[in-house]
Unconditional design. Structure first.
Length: 137
């Protein structure tokens, strides 16, 4: 019964709720925070599901990766990022630290850009003494 009512009146309910949220920002903020605090596991599962992950898969990867980032091998100190291939549906890859996850995002998940960045750093690390001596002249 409730589901039928909701489906029939969906647009009106959303409009009314949106308006109430705008008219009562402080109450909305408090309610939202309370909901988040009481539903962390549920919200995390929903977020992971959108990325093609489950909590069980995360636990399995943590064990496989020795609780460390797949790229830099640093031990996780917080919640790891569930990396995924940007496809439809998303395909889980590995767990990354926030820095490595952001780096991949900034390089647009493009292997060629990652290789170019690595080549650039290699060039400068090999020629560091040569580059330093040129700047002193």
């Amino acid at each position: 019964m409730h589901r039928q009512y909701y489906e029939k009146n969906f647009a009106r309910i959303i409009q009314t709720t949106t308006q109430w949220n705008k008219d009562n920002p402080e109450k909305h903020r408090k309610y939202s925070q309370k909901y988040r605090d009481n539903n962390l596991d549920k919200l995390r599962r929903a977020r992971l599901k959108k990325l093609g992950w489950t909590l069980e898969r995360v636990e399995q990867k943590l064990v496989e990766q020795n609780n460390s980032c797949k790229i830099c091998k640093e031990i996780f100190t917080g919640i790891p990022c569930a990396d995924h291939k940007h496809a439809d549906p998303p395909k889980p890859r590995s767990l990354l630290c926030h820095n490595c996850n952001r780096a991949l995002g900034m390089l647009k998940d493009n292997p060629e850009l990652c290789k170019a960045a690595a080549d650039y750093l290699e060039e400068w690390s090999k020629d560091e003494t040569r580059h330093d001596s040129k700047s002193k002249e």
